[in-house]
Design a binder for this molecule. Structure first.
Ligand SMILES: [Zn+2]
Length: 279
């Protein structure tokens, strides 16, 4: 396989140096990163991967001699300047909404300064301000150096492995013993996890309650599926209790336990298989 030579600049906060990170990614990671929604989620749960958590937090650095660099501290002045600029922009946006600059200016400002998907249909001045404040602070900060992505999460030391593009901190087998155990535990349930994701989506799409373009909906579906997998894994004492009563349907048990009917039915099936093996 031909390796791509593309590299990206990144700042290593521990070495305090600018480093080049190779972009020659394995196919598996290529596939993941090319999916508009799945790329930022852990393979096993609804948390962001370590990699995407880092993308959320750019840093501004000052280049020193011989490739050394240091983080430029955020100061009160930068905060104030960003706030002031955000205030000016927001009041202009409010006027634009009233139609002062013609029929298109408000929409143009939204397109230019905001992440429309993140705003989830809330086009109020407050929501606009929230969007621009973050950006303007980074812009103010960047005036004093160069904005780059860090190569590690806060709290990770130099010896730690690179941020994972596949797993969150709790599931990266290379991160800690606990994470490795969680990885091994949840790996066995990966097909169930994907089944739940599919079921929750199809239910949500049919009832119109889950917009597929909304990243929050994707996070919700994955978190919910993960919750149901956890339920599937846990000892089924609760279900046993309900089944002993005899009169409850799977749907009723599901409602009582706050999980989907499919989860209850899958658990009962697993139990049946297990007891078959025992006899
Ligand atoms: Zn995870």
């Amino acid at each position: 396989m031909k390796k791509s030579l593309k590299k990206q600049t990144a700042f290593d906060p521990y070495l305090e140096r600018i480093v080049l990170q190779p972009e020659d990614l394995p196919d598996r990671i290529h596939t993941k990163l090319s999916d508009h929604y799945a790329w930022c989620f852990c393979e096993f749960c609804g948390n962001p991967t370590e990699y995407s958590a880092i993308l959320e937090a750019p840093k501004v650095i000052k280049r020193l001699k011989r490739g050394n660099a240091k983080i430029v501290p955020l100061t009160e002045t930068m905060y104030t300047a960003a706030q002031e600029r955000a205030h000016v922009l927001t009041s202009r946006y409010e006027q634009a909404c009233e139609g002062k600059f013609g029929p298109y200016e408000a929409a143009r400002m939204l397109m230019r300064y905001c992440n429309i998907i993140e705003m989830q249909g809330d086009r109020s001045a407050d929501s606009f301000r929230e969007q621009v404040e973050r950006k303007l602070l980074l812009a103010e900060w960047a005036k004093h150096g160069k904005a780059v992505w860090a190569t590690k999460l806060p709290g990770q030391t130099d010896k730690d492995k690179k941020p994972s593009k596949l797993y969150c901190e709790n599931h990266n087998p290379q991160r800690s013993d606990n994470a490795r155990r969680a990885y091994q535990r949840d790996r066995r349930f990966i097909s169930e996890y994907h089944d739940f994701i599919e079921k929750i989506w199809s239910h949500g799409i049919n009832s119109g309650s889950l917009p597929t373009w909304d990243i929050e909906a994707h996070a919700y579906v994955r978190k919910e599926a993960y919750r149901q997998v956890q339920f599937l894994k846990s000892p089924t004492i609760m279900i046993d209790d309900f089944l002993k009563k005899g009169s409850m349907t799977q749907a009723e048990i599901a409602r009582k336990l706050g999980v989907s009917r499919q989860a209850v039915s899958a658990t009962i099936k697993r139990r049946a298989k297990k007891s078959d093996k025992c006899h």
